[in-house]
Design a protein around this ligand. Structure first.
Ligand code: ADP
Length: 214
């Protein structure tokens, strides 16, 4: 496990190594007026976490890595596949009324829409509101009329990092992304199968877990 909070002594050791590399543990100990045995646990933590590199008979080097780069490496290593949740999907022919019922029943803010089983659109809460006050016949009008449609849908994929997915949410100012797998249809066209979703809640939950070091 990465130790995020370094002790004052460990910070001092890093400064000494930065200024004097390569430097032996004996010389680090001398500089700090401590014994080598006292320093051993600190040096072990610093090398295990990758901040220092120990070369036999040469001494310690500073790798240039910070505790922050470990946090970001860790986040970049988390894939969408590990964090995706179950998507709420309806067919294009579903009425706007049934779509509204679905967001209440499923306690979701966004519905993904499919045609012949493949992603064709996205409908958000505000899309419903905008059209509900617009005088449309909600029970007769299909959801396809009000959805944001392909190819304008921002998607993510199981192998993408959660960080990239979070950046898409921010950049496009949206609440959720369908997680898709690309398929090639008989006619050679590409289509997306929806296999999950990543939402702002996914990212918030991950943030809390990382903050609590879970
Ligand atoms: P809300 O509109 O309820 O605030 P969003 O911010 O997610 O929810 O949606 C804003 C607009 O972007 C809506 O018109 C919605 O259809 C569209 N939208 C939502 N998610 C996506 C997506 N993944 N790709 C493209 N457009 C999207």
């Amino acid at each position: 496990m990465i130790q995020i909070q370094l002790s004052e002594r460990q910070e001092k050791i890093i400064d000494i190594v930065k200024a004097n590399e390569p430097i032996t543990s004996e010389n680090i100990a001398k500089t700090l007026k401590l014994t080598r045995a006292t320093l051993r646990p600190d040096l072990a933590i610093l090398t295990m976490s990758g901040i220092l590199d120990a070369r036999p008979k040469v001494g310690y080097f500073y790798t240039g890595k910070t505790t922050f780069s470990f946090i970001s490496e860790k986040i970049q290593g988390i894939k969408v596949a590990e964090r995706k949740s179950i998507p709420i999907i309806v067919d294009e022919q579903t009425s706007i009324y049934d779509g509204i019922v679905t967001i209440f029943l499923e306690d979701t803010s966004t519905i993904f829409v499919t045609s012949k089983g493949y992603l064709s659109g996205v409908v958000s809460r505000k899309d419903f509101l905008k059209n509900a006050i617009g005088g449309l016949n909600l029970t007769k009008t299909p959801i396809a009329v009000i959805m944001t449609r392909m190819p304008n849908i921002i998607v993510t994929a199981p192998e993408e990092s959660v960080l990239d997915a979070a950046m898409k949410l921010i950049e496009h100012e949206i609440d959720s992304l369908p997680v898709v797998e690309e398929v090639i249809l008989d006619e050679g066209d590409k289509a997306y199968k929806v296999v999950g979703r990543i939402t702002k809640t996914t990212i918030t939950r991950l943030f809390v877990e990382l903050g609590n070091n879970e």
